[in-house]
Write a protein that binds this ligand. Sequence first.
Ligand SMILES: Cc1cc2nc3c(=O)[nH]c(=O)nc-3n(C[C@H](O)[C@H](O)[C@H](O)COP(=O)(O)OP(=O)(O)OC[C@H]3O[C@@H](n4cnc5c(N)ncnc54)[C@H](O)[C@@H]3O)c2cc1C
Length: 512
Amino acid sequence: MTNDVVVAGAGPVGLFLACELALAGVRPVVLDRLPARSGEQKANGLVGQVVRLLDHRGLHQPLGGTPGAPQPIPRFAFAAFPLELHRLDANPLHALPVPQHRIEEVLEERARELGVTVRRGHELTGFTQDGTGVTVDLHGPDGAERLRTRYLVGADGGRSTVRKLAGIGFPGVTSTDPVSRVAHVLPPEGIRGTENGAYLLPGCPTPFHPYTHTRTDHGVFVLAPLGPDTVMIATMEWGGPPVDPQSPLTLDELRASIHRVTGADVELAPAATPGRYTPRRTVGHNTRLAERYRDGRVLLVGDAAHVHSATGGPGLNLGLQDAVNLGWKLAAEVRGWAPPGLLDSYQQERRPVGERVFMHSQAQTALMSPGPAVTALRALVGELLAHDDNLARIGALMAGSDVRHDTGCPHPLAGGFAPELDLGGSRLAELARTGRPLLLDLTGGGLGLADLAEPWKDRIDAVTAEPAGPAGPAGALLLRPDGYVAWACTPDRADREGLDRALRTWFGEPLG
Ligand SMILES: Cc1cc2nc3c(=O)[nH]c(=O)nc-3n(C[C@H](O)[C@H](O)[C@H](O)COP(=O)(O)OP(=O)(O)OC[C@H]3O[C@@H](n4cnc5c(N)ncnc54)[C@H](O)[C@@H]3O)c2cc1C
């Protein structure tokens, strides 16, 4: 039997891709070499446009969000600069504090509900591809096995076997600095809260604002109260004493690092709460980007395609949006209606987004490093961030909401992620739950466009609505399954030719 798609890797990105494929009518098989979810402590939360994307799939609330539309966060940090995003009229940044193991649990439950087969304890060990498909070698509890599939997706993390076997280069930078240390501990004695919500460590004049990086002359310090009996403490150091990367981080080593970075000497004791972070040390960073995301019938998503520092939490914003961009395009290919070039547009659209994260991740690390030249550079960047247009630009960079795809449509909304719209009784995000393309007439049918999409009704839903309140930003929108606007028109002019072109460009020829 030939499978449609085999996804190697049941991390968050592989699982989300599988959900997207299943929503689009394709039944993927997901392999993971681990017999069970690892529960490894990685992401503490989701940051950026991915939060709105998950709302489009009805996953915002199950992941710990509040009912209704996700709300932007008033503050965030960029390279240890506070981003006072509440100053902006249009704040672009959303966040959802949820641990990665919970994200994986929710996505796996959903994948199974959608009929996805997840085969744990099965490691991809090799593959060969030809003109009609890919033969995948795996090793599982019953020994070696072979699967045939039309497409293979490597969602197998930063050390991706799929990427290596496909011969796809992974150029970039590996540095041995900074050394990052993090642990969950009991609130240390001697820490004092200040009136404006900051904390003072004994013997250190610098106030530390919680949950954010603070740069000192010797490194970076983070303190995040996680409950009455738990704080997360982290340091980053450049040029510190040599470490044995194989040895586990001890609280004494963390204490010495806090002393070097802040000047404060604080006694540390492990937090007693279940699920606490085991002390962890990371030596340096890998910042790397796959030279291509596709090799014939083999594609890469998530960390298999890009790795970078975790500062600002861009990993899942990037990886989960790769998955949603690829999902509908690959499904269209499998189901036979993909227009020429649609699958290649995955790399064309997503690799430049990876390049932007590569850039800001490196820039942030450089801007946090010690030294007088960096201090001077920070003074300059700090001045720039005092201006709201610069603040908005950096906020959008961190959110990934500055991504614009070339759709050929001149309307200002085209190519961007759809704005949230209150449609009087429902929200645009709620209409997107099915993952099907949407033609949304926002004039209550006044533009008479639904007939134009009729020949595509097997793959597109035409919906008529009227935004609550004053006239919306557009008269009609053609929305791709990944939430991006393929085409839009003003309320007074139904550009039927443009719509027809967009339908064919993105959704192929109608069935005869
Ligand atoms: C300490 C830390 C903190 C982080 N904090 C954040 C944060 O706050 N926010 C954020 O967005 N991101 C954060 N990240 C990044 C985030 O964890 C990653 O971007 C994310 O895990 C990538 O998901 P993925 O599914 O692409 O890959 P992975 O999570 O690496 O999953 C890959 C899966 O593939 C499986 N696999 C590997 N090889 C094979 C094979 N040959 N055959 C079958 N299966 C295989 C693995 O077992 C694994 O389950 C952090 C990372 C770290 C390390």
